[in-house]
Ligand binder design. Structure first.
Ligand code: ADE
Length: 249
């Protein structure tokens, strides 16, 4: 059983690559993938890039070309719910696309011809990921020079994806209010998860996702983002995935 580990950006994948046994690099769909073994488990590593279409291409390639039978995603997100602060971690239970709007043909946020608005993560895989987050944060706190990991809150819930880097407080308020009106209380925003969740739904494969909060999706977001990914989120991702691999059946 091959586990696919999708990272959003190369910095997050770098640590995993160092741990990969018998690494083999392969190119498909204009992307680089790495096959090998991580802590005794067969894995394939891929980069989602940014945005829903790019992530869907990566996910589909992981499944079709590399035979991935379960997918796990690590990345960063902008925190939008109250109490979801920079340095916290969100384990997704479900995804919604905040920029999906085919109304009046279909209700707002509904994915046309799927008869559904949210795509759920796999419960069992997400439960393992949640345990791995707690362990991974302990490891990161003991190793890291930054104080984030020791103070990180862990949240579980709905994440919204869309093809926008959200970087204005007013935009967050509008986005949250519109989603809330339709019954969707979201914790965080990012740009890929809902697409991967939909691909996994199409193939009937389990999917789990974890996002470290890099910013509050406000006017400061673009400043916080690159620094945070390199200095904090990459370390979290590595510690979390190591703990996660040890738990996989
Ligand atoms: N990923 C990390 N921060 C984000 C933001 N503010 N908007 C969209 N995706 C993000």
């Amino acid at each position: 059983m091959t586990t696919a580990i999708l990272s959003a950006v190369a910095e997050e994948q770098a640590g995993l690559l160092e741990l990969l046994h018998s690494p083999r690099r392969l190119n498909r769909a204009g992307r680089e993938f790495w096959q090998g073994e991580l802590l005794g488990q067969p894995v394939v590593l891929g980069l989602s890039r940014m945005g829903k279409v790019a992530a869907a291409t990566t996910a589909t390639t992981l499944i079709e070309a590399f035979g991935a039978s379960r997918l796990v995603f690590t990345g960063v997100a902008g925190g939008v719910a109250r109490g979801v602060k920079v340095g916290d971690v969100v384990v997704a239970t479900e995804f919604v696309q905040h920029d999906m709007n085919a109304s009046p043909l279909f209700p707002r946020y509904q994915v046309p011809l799927y008869d559904r608005t949210r795509f759920a993560c796999d419960e069992a895989l997400s439960a393992l990921l949640s345990q791995a987050v707690v362990e991974g944060l302990k490891t990161a706190a003991s190793q890291s020079a930054s104080s984030y990991a020791a103070q990180a809150g862990v949240h579980r819930g709905l994440i919204a994806s869309g093809d926008r880097f959200v970087s204005a407080a007013a935009e967050v308020s509008a986005l949250q209010a519109d989603l809330q009106d339709a019954g969707h209380a979201v914790l965080a925003v990012e740009m890929e998860g809902a697409a991967v969740a939909q691909v996994c739904f199409d193939y009937g494969l389990p999917f789990a996702a974890v996002r470290t909060i890099s910013d509050r999706a406000d006017e400061q977001a673009h400043v916080d983002f690159p620094k945070f990914v390199t200095e904090v989120a990459s370390q979290y991702a590595l510690a979390i995935i190591e703990a996660f691999m040890r738990k996989l059946p």
